[in-house]
Design a protein around this ligand. Structure first.
Ligand code: ADP
Length: 611
């Protein structure tokens, strides 16, 4: 019983769904270009009335021919004029019709370009206002993928179909006016003949949509396998570990699974389409017979017969294509529902807040901060208390998974603490104005971005306002100790990096890290600098040298370093040791050695390794 109700509900929703997004799609198209939309509407109207006009002129031609033949038999004179006159009119109508169809095609193609760009921009802009947690949520990610995949062409498709429906509707009304004179029953036949095919069409397009929707995770897997098998950063390892065959196999298995369902749907759709089409054909030929007998008994003229047959044939076509339009609209609507579902994701509350704190110079304070990731009940941080003053550096050590990066993510407000609060200059991070907060922070993550741009832009990215400031690039590169190898590159600061684009040069891991360091130095206004293992690809001596140099140039700032190397860590003013999201030990290098705890143990282990 429950199930039946649920089914009824979805059916009701589906029926409503046909027009649910038409208005919004139309608004979108209108906003993209009102002129083109008006053009589309006008041409649609013209293309709608012309078929009936043609059928009517067809009747006039045949009747004029019959009249001319009659008059030749009775009077012996031939009068070509009326028939040829109508032929000329028909030719003229055909010209206008083909003109308006070309015009429609052109307008639609232009609108499609504009609209695709507009929708893609909207999707990407929206992505900028979402929280990081949303990106890490695979269900949300599915929504994004689905919205991006088809939705850029769908709004116009929906509007085109709405207009096509309108055009067919106009044609049908004009046909109906003419057919009515023959018999109102003819109209009823026309509609009944096409109805079964429509119902099948509507059902199958609904099935096709659901199938596509369910498959989003599989599509993602396929995309991922493609990047493993065909992208330079992965192919190296995949080849050497001889994984290609296995991955190709997985790719094929996913395809086969999807293909089987797809094939079934295609076969069912076409079989039913054919079977129900037979009904339409039978109805049409019964009407044909009816019109022919009416002509034989003299109830209508030969010209009328030609017109009615044409009307009937075209009318049936128009009904069928309006119904297909409706079922297609239903499919477009479902796709659009994806787009709007994505666009209506709640965004972060707009971060308008204060630009200075009540205690400037207080630095950063963590007060009893705990945090759990969404969907991961185990806390990744637990009751963390911490105070970092300007002019000091803090090093964080701890095993993988102990919560080091999570601490940084909270500090940079990518996530909000589940409990407790984080203050900067005495003001809770969440009360800071976003702009003011972000300009104060410079972070190099472990997985910093290797922009496939030129060297200079890779450095300039550190300060958006000085993206193209060449002098700035040079100074920052100097501080990041990147000048030596940049000088060796073919175009210096204008060398394209990475392999994605033509002429790009790939750098070594250590060189990329120097670029990232230079990027951090570019962020002059930032007084909180965070290095999350950015020097791991360098040797221990180089790392220690870079950090010492880093401290020297960031004297009044707060520097936070995550590293596994004690040769670097020991340089920091304060060191904390993290374990299972908690701070286990804290102090200077000497103090921690004295405590003879975890830190001292790990330090001894590493020192041994170097002996
Ligand atoms: P570290 O940087 O010290 O290696 P992290 O801060 O990255 O450790 O991770 C701390 C804990 O949080 C780990 O147990 C990890 O499983 C969990 N974690 C990290 N990132 C996420 C995430 N995006 N979603 C869920 N859990 C996460």
């Amino acid at each position: 019983m429950k199930r039946a109700n649920a089914n009824r509900n979805t059916i009701d929703m589906n029926m409503l769904g046909v027009f649910r997004y038409s208005k919004r799609a139309l608004e979108l198209v209108w906003a993209t270009s009102s002129q083109l939309t008006i053009g589309l509407a006008v041409l649609t109207l013209i293309a709608g009335v012309l078929p009936a006009a043609m059928a009517y002129v067809g009747q006039l031609i045949v009747d004029a021919v019959v009249a001319a033949m009659d008059s030749y038999q009775t009077t012996g004179t031939i009068d070509y004029f009326p028939a040829l006159y109508y032929v000329m009119i028909e030719a003229f109508i055909v010209l206008i019709m083909s003109g308006s169809q070309r015009g429609l095609a052109a307008l639609q193609a232009i609108l499609r370009e504009l609209l695709g760009q507009r929708v893609n921009m909207t999707i990407l802009e929206k992505a900028q206002s979402l929280s990081l947690a949303q990106f890490e949520d695979s269900e949300f990610y599915d929504k994004l993928v689905r919205a991006r995949r088809k939705a850029s062409s769908r709004p116009l498709a929906l509007v085109n179909k709405t207009f096509a429906l309108l055009q067919n509707g106009i044609s049908l009304i004009s046909f109906a006016v003419l057919l009515w004179q023959f018999s109102p029953w003819a109209l009823v036949l026309l509609v009944l003949g096409a109805l079964p095919a429509f119902i099948a069409e509507a059902k199958f397009s609904g099935d096709a949509f659901l199938l596509a929707r369910w498959r989003s995770p599989e599509f993602r897997q396929q995309n991922y396998l493609e990047t493993l098998l065909a992208r330079e950063d992965n192919i190296k390892e995949v080849r050497l570990y001889q994984l290609s065959k296995r991955f190709l196999g997985r790719y094929r298995d996913i395809f086969l699974k999807l293909f089987r369902e797809n094939k079934r749907l295609i076969v069912r759709r076409e079989t039913w389409g054919f079977a129900l089409g037979i009904i339409g054909t039978l109805v049409f030929y019964s009407a044909y017979g009816w019109i022919v007998t009416s002509t034989v008994i003299g109830a209508i003229t030969l010209g009328q017969m030609t017109m009615y047959l044409l009307l009937f044939k075209q009318g049936q076509g128009a009904v069928a294509s309006s119904l297909t339009s409706i079922s297609g609209m239903y499919e477009d609507n479902l796709y659009l529902s994806n787009l709007y579902e994505y666009l209506e994701q709640p965004t972060l509350a707009s971060q308008i807040g204060q630009t200075v704190g009540p205690q400037p110079g207080d630095g950063i304070r963590f007060e009893q901060v705990s945090f759990s990731y969404p969907g991961n009940p185990a806390p990744s941080l637990n009751n963390v208390d911490l105070h970092i003053r300007p002019g000091t550096s803090l090093a964080i050590v701890g095993e993988n998974g102990s919560g080091k990066t999570t601490l940084i993510k909270l500090l940079t407000r990518l996530y909000q603490p589940t409990h407790g609060r984080i203050l900067l200059d005495g003001l809770d991070l969440k009360d800071w104005d976003e702009q003011a907060l972000l300009t104060r922070i410079g972070v190099i993550f472990q997985d910093f971005v290797r922009y496939q741009f030129i060297v200079g832009e890779n450095i300039g990215a550190g300060d958006e306002t000085r993206f193209h400031d060449e002098d700035g690039w040079h100074q920052a590169a100097e501080l990041g100790k990147a000048t030596d190898f940049i000088g060796d590159l073919s175009d210096g600061y204008h060398t394209q990096l990475g392999r994605w684009f033509k002429g790009g040069q790939e750098l070594s891991g250590g060189q990329w890290q120097k670029i990232a360091l230079a990027r951090a130095f570019m962020r002059e206004k930032a007084d909180i600098l965070v290095l999350d293992e950015p020097t791991s690809a360098m040797d221990a001596a180089a790392e220690a040298e870079i950090f010492a140099h880093f401290q020297e140039h960031t004297q009044s700032k707060m520097a936070i370093l995550i590293s596994h190397r004690f040769s670097t860590v020991r340089l920091a003013n304060e060191i904390i040791v993290m374990e299972h999201g908690e701070i286990k030990e804290r102090g200077t290098h000497e103090q921690l050695l004295e405590q003879a705890g975890q830190y001292a143990h790990l330090f001894a282990l590493q020192a041994k390794g170097y002996q």
